[in-house]
Design a protein around this ligand. Structure first.
Ligand SMILES: Cc1cc2nc3c(=O)[nH]c(=O)nc-3n(C[C@H](O)[C@H](O)[C@H](O)COP(=O)(O)OP(=O)(O)OC[C@H]3O[C@@H](n4cnc5c(N)ncnc54)[C@H](O)[C@@H]3O)c2cc1C
Length: 432
């Protein structure tokens, strides 16, 4: 009998955890053939992208190589970008991989018995005029690195400008969700660090960071208490926050709002919404929603095909305790990966699938790596808010939990030690 083929597309916060957990069990036993497909060769945990943008995290050090990881955890890795699906033939299509003028890999068809789609999301600019041309969408490593280079170049230019005029830099961030708020705080931190490295021509007080939010408060998904505490801390960091302001147009010089305001900005970041990749919309007759997410049942199976599962940001999953679906968060993807790793093994053993129940563990918002600046945890149901070093430790723990799922205790401890050594031995900011 042929070994059951499970293909997981997308090695992100959810997909890589699932491939690892299944590989460690079913892959190791030989009871299933597990394959992970990703459009890139390396994994970087997406919630850290704002740190890459601000230069406080060197992605080259933190990335994980899929090939080496797959070899260690008993699954196969295939580099490729999914672009289509044939449900009758039960194979997915990977588009040709091209670098410059050279086609490295042709279009390929990859067969499956069970397919799991976990390809995450992209930024949704809601068709706002000028957003695609002038904003950086902080949803990919390349975009975060591009932002970092532009940010550094401003300091480089200022450092070589002989005029005695004070130098300024304006940054506008659309959206006061976790990404926007955390990016603003990290950039403020970087501005202070850059002065330490001699880039003191742009004084921290001359770096203007403005967050523009359409809702009436920052972090509208958190409790009012948490939101107020975050706003207070942003103000202490000299970050401007405009609420009740809808951005209507973005130009090379800045942003226009519905109320008639103009926010001048050299660097513009859009972090106000998400949508799943366009090609998922109605793919092979599967049900999708208006932001291209595949609609799934509480078993994480797509509504039209029981052999195709979807989870994480690219899926709309029902929630038992709320009318809104499971939110697009790393903690959701993590919980779903844990459930699916058990469920898929049960399915192969002829047992019923488990049902996903989302457990909101609250949200941690990092307002810079300086413990004295503090962090917040807000949970709508309990409205429990706390700040300071404890929150900072808990925020870091989230990432360590992801590493723990991927590498186990011993290797995670090694990585913690490595990070500590790097912090001592390397510059605190990536300066190139
Ligand atoms: C800056 C930032 C900060 C965030 N902070 C937090 C936070 O503090 N807490 C929190 O809970 N959440 C946070 N999030 C949200 C969180 O990152 C996502 O919810 C989470 O990563 C979703 O996991 P996923 O597995 O669905 O997708 P992802 O982690 O995005 O992984 C998707 C994977 O699919 C691959 N892929 C994409 N398209 C294809 C294709 N066509 N073919 C093959 N592979 C493909 C990608 O290369 C990627 O590896 C943050 C997001 C951002 C951008």
């Amino acid at each position: 009998m042929n070994t059951h083929r499970i293909v997981i597309v997308g090695g992100g916060a959810g997909g890589l955890e699932l491939a690892t957990l299944l590989g460690n069990k079913a892959g190791k036993r030989g009871s299933a053939d597990i394959t992970l497909v990703d459009a890139n060769m390396t994994h970087l945990w997406k919630p850290r992208l704002h740190e890459v943008a601000a230069g406080v995290l060197n992605a080259d050090v933190d990335e994980l190589n899929y090939v080496a990881h797959a070899q260690r955890h008993h699954f196969k890795f295939i580099m490729g970008r999914m672009s289509g699906l044939d449900r009758e033939q039960k194979h997915l299509i990977l588009e040709p991989h091209v670098e410059g003028d050279e086609q490295i890999l042709p279009q390929r068809a990859l067969p499956y018995d069970t397919l799991v789609i976990a390809i995450g999301s992209n930024t949704n600019d809601f068709g706002t005029t000028g957003a695609a041309e002038h904003c950086i969408f902080l949803d990919k490593r390349a975009a975060a690195e591009a932002f970092h280079r532009k940010f550094l170049n401003e300091y480089l230019k200022a450092s070589q400008d002989p005029s005695a005029e004070p130098k300024h830099c304006n940054i506008a961030i659309v959206g006061a969700g976790a990404t926007g708020v955390e990016l603003a705080a990290e950039l403020n931190h970087s501005a202070h660090e850059l002065v330490e490295y001699g880039f003191d021509q742009i004084k921290p007080e001359n770096l203007t960071i403005t967050i523009i939010e359409a809702a009436n408060r920052v972090l509208p998904v958190l409790s009012e208490k948490a939101s107020a505490a975050i706003l207070r801390q942003l103000k202490e960091l000299n970050i401007e926050v405009l609420t009740n302001e809808m951005v209507t147009e973005i130009t090379a010089d800045g942003l226009h709002t519905k109320s008639g305001k103009f926010v001048p900005a050299f660097l513009k970041v859009w972090s106000a919404g998400i949508k799943a990749p366009e090609f998922l919309n109605g793919i092979a007759g599967l049900e999708s929603n208006r932001i291209n997410q595949l609609v799934v049942r509480d078993t994480l199976q797509t509504t039209q095909d029981e052999n195709i599962f979807a989870f994480g940001d690219c899926a709309q999953c029902p929630r038992q305790d709320a009318e809104t679906p499971v939110p697009p968060r790393a903690q959701s993807a993590h919980q779903q990966a844990l459930l699916l790793s058990k469920s898929l093994q049960r399915r192969m053993a002829g047992k019923p699938l488990l049902k996903f129940v989302y457990q909101d563990k609250g949200s941690l918002i990092s307002l810079s790596r300086n413990g004295s600046v503090g962090n917040i945890m807000g949970n709508l149901s309990k409205d429990f808010t706390f700040e300071g070093k404890l929150a900072r430790v808990m925020y870091i723990t989230l990432y360590r939990m992801h590493q723990f799922t991927l590498h186990g205790v011993f290797r995670t401890l090694l990585l913690i030690v490595r990070d500590r050594i790097n912090r001592r031995a390397s510059p605190t900011l990536k300066l190139h």
